[in-house]
Design a protein around this ligand. Structure first.
Ligand SMILES: NC(=O)c1ccc[n+]([C@@H]2O[C@H](COP(=O)([O-])OP(=O)(O)OC[C@H]3O[C@@H](n4cnc5c(N)ncnc54)[C@H](O)[C@@H]3O)[C@@H](O)[C@H]2O)c1
Length: 281
């Protein structure tokens, strides 16, 4: 897709990978609708991009609510005429497979999976009708292999990768000029390890749980050793321009993880977990 003059909608656009990609798109002449659940950071993100010359509006929105994501689409249409790109990027991390309360699982699945489903349902009819569009769904290396301490997160990201693969095949069969990419990064220096800042109030006490604290600590170390967000933003833009499905910013780890799973399926040893590998491109 040629980007100049197009419109992109980015969820979780106030921070991290979403904001960096917004800035990258803006530099290529893309008009932007940013959604985020955090009101003040969203206002700051919009102000910053406007000061840099971008055409951008912000909409406070919770991706787990279908009506909020439909409102993002409606804003893109009322403000810029249509949308051409949706980056289903908002996400949160919490919860080992053992001992995580169901309500915490529901929160993670609600944001990470329902957010992607809502984005597809809101934007796909527009893209198909105009025979032009691109969907980017944010998975993770945690959507390609299991990781201790990340049960809910891995479940959600495996779902995102699965949904994206199905979407790819359905779009290929449709013959339409609509693309899809699955972004599966390893660790990236963002605020993902502080996801609890957006937890519903009734769940906040979970963060005092020793298992939750231990996971938060190891996640902070790994995230802070990760790659810079601009590398991810470049990779996302390249995938949209070239209509590439896999966006593997940590290609070596992604391929190795997959090879090890195949070897395990064929009777080999279970993969060892090397989080250090997931910090490197
Ligand atoms: N940082 C990493 O190491 C890493 C690795 C793999 C995948 N990811 C994924 O990248 C995506 C972006 O995360 P990030 O790393 O930039 O973290 P981040 O915390 O910096 O950004 C996430 C953004 O999503 C917003 N958000 C949270 N809940 C929301 C909701 N319900 N509705 C709307 N917005 C909401 C947050 O306010 C924040 O602005 C996530 O899907 C994450 O799972 C991150």
């Amino acid at each position: 897709m040629e980007l100049e003059g197009k419109t992109a909608v980015i969820t979780g656009g106030a921070s991290g990978i979403g904001f960096a990609t917004a800035r990258q798109f803006a530099a290529s002449g893309v008009k932007l609708v940013l959604g985020d659940i955090e009101k003040e950071p969203l206002r700051e993100a919009v102000d910053t991009l406007r000061a840099e010359g971008a055409q951008v509006v912000g909409v406070v929105s919770d991706v787990s609510r279908e009506s909020d994501v439909f409102a993002l689409r409606d804003k893109a249409i009322s403000e810029f005429g249509t949308a051409h790109i949706v980056f289903n990027n908002a996400g949160v991390a919490a919860g080992p497979a053992i001992g995580t309360p169901k309500k915490v699982w529901d929160w993670v699945m609600g944001v990470n999976v329902d957010g992607v489903i809502n984005g597809i349902n809101a934007f796909m009819p527009v893209f198909l009708a105009q025979n032009e569009g691109h969907v980017i769904n944010t998975g993770s290396l945690a959507g390609l292999g299991g990781v201790p301490g990340m049960g809910a997160y891995c479940a959600s990201k495996f779902a995102v990768v699965g949904i994206s693969e199905c979407l790819f095949h359905e779009l290929a069969l449709s013959g339409k000029n609509v693309g899809v990419s699955a972004l599966c990064p390893g660790f990236v220096r963002t605020r993902i390890h502080e996801s609890q800042r957006n937890m519903p109030d009734e769940l906040v006490s979970y963060n005092e749980d020793p298992a939750a604290r231990a996971v938060a600590e190891f996640a902070a170390t790994a995230v802070n050793n990760g790659i810079d967000v601009t590398e991810v933003a470049h990779a996302v833009e390249h995938a949209v321009r070239t209509n590439t499905f896999w966006i593997l910013t940590h290609e070596h780890a992604a391929v190795r993880t997959t090879e090890q799973r195949v070897a395990w399926m064929l009777g080999g040893p279970a993969p060892g977990i090397n989080l250090d590998r997931a910090t490197k491109p």
